[in-house]
Design a protein around this ligand. Sequence first.
Ligand code: NAD
Length: 470
Amino acid sequence: MNAATQTGQRPDAGLLAIADVVAAQARYFRGNFTKPLEFRIGQLLKLKSMLQANEAALQAAIQADFGKQAFDTFLTEFHVIYDELEAALAGVREWARTRTVDANLLNARAKSYILPEPLGVSLVIGPWNYPYQLSLCPVMAAMAAGCTIILKPSELTVHSSSLLAQLIRANFPAEYFAVVEGGVPETTELLARKFDMIFFTGSVPVGRIVYQAAARHLTPVVLELGGKSPVIITPDVDLDEAMRRLVWAKFLNSGQTCIAPDYVLVHKSVEARLLERLEKELARVDYSLENGNYVRIVNERNVLRIVELIDPEKLLLGGGYDLQERWIQPTVLKGVEWTDRVMQDEIFGPLLPVLVYEDLDAAISEIKARPKPLALYLFTNDEATKQKVLSEVSFGGGCVNDALMHISNGNLPFGGVGDSGIGNYHGEAGFRAFSHYKSILEKDMVPDPDLKYSPHTSEKLAVLRQLTAG
Ligand code: NAD
């Protein structure tokens, strides 16, 4: 695919190669067009109208990509996007406001304030698993902050990515908001350029590639990566309710969710009851091949990768699959050990390994010995256990007595830590990610006390000591 034919197809932008789009955006940004709040709000409103007018077609494109139905698409894509849009529209004036801060004694007569400013030309690289939400939420944060944007959506969801690209090209000039479609070659070419900010969502190995490329230009990044997110279940919880929440969260999108519960750690005393409730809940929900509501795996390569993780000796429920249909039955593995293959990498599919623990400290140590998870879910009624897990384990974010739902509250910054990511977004956190906070100290020309100027007498030092905190 030639990138030159993929970018800037609006007549006013011409047919631009990647280097030309980056240069055009840099010029546009330097022209200060994106900075007025009216401009930013206008672009957010334009995006909102574009989405509202094309919601049905966008939904159909996701369905064509991996069989996702309207309800799930609205819940996991449009609901999150519209919430973020409204939060940005309502919040951007406040977020962009100049903030005055107190002066220290040495600067008592000066004004001190912080001016948020847009970082500049931003690159947003999206994954395939929630192709709209995970591309457009960073885009909206960039718009609110006053950046220009080049979006590189995933090449794996061809229908969603190409419709999104067409709509963006029809509504926005490429010097402000452009889309580059393509895979590794196009992304590699993009990454060779200098951006003022790169926002990447995807896997840990590609995150490393992006970070290295950004380092060459000293470009700040947000990396939204993945990992194995544990679920801890203590003996005192209502297992019926816990399994209702867990099954929904695990098998939503067929487990292809960055913050999907990856594995369960259940106290040994309730393992049998938990497995029984899990079976009951899986029987209640229709995840069959015939039911069009159960999302397909994105491609055959991933079907094969996931089914290879099923150890027949540990298979308790499910295990069926259809390669052509890209369907994998919800599958539960029992008696799983930390050393098993399924416990080595993020599953990103509908397999749920169940491990048991007897000593919570030992379970916590096992989690802490591994890369810091993107999410952690704790089901417990015990306050001390809650405090212990929340304070002792480092992870991106999570829920107590639920799973996934923390991502749906835009007031909670969303992001990973350690191997699961760098930085965060949603709401004001997204605005901050695309902004620089410029600190200004402003003085009148008179008076200007003589304290810091030569000669440096012992009297002046005594005054300086008095003005020094502590
Ligand atoms: P991916 O890393 O394979 O691809 C992500 C993007 O990077 C795509 O746009 C792709 O074209 C590009 N890319 C792929 N290989 C590249 C290379 N060698 N050089 C440059 N660019 C390259 O990820 P994916 O399969 O689309 O998504 C699944 C992964 O993303 C999972 O690990 C999941 O946990 C993670 N994820 C994280 C979040 C989050 O918010 N933290 C959200 C969704 C997915």
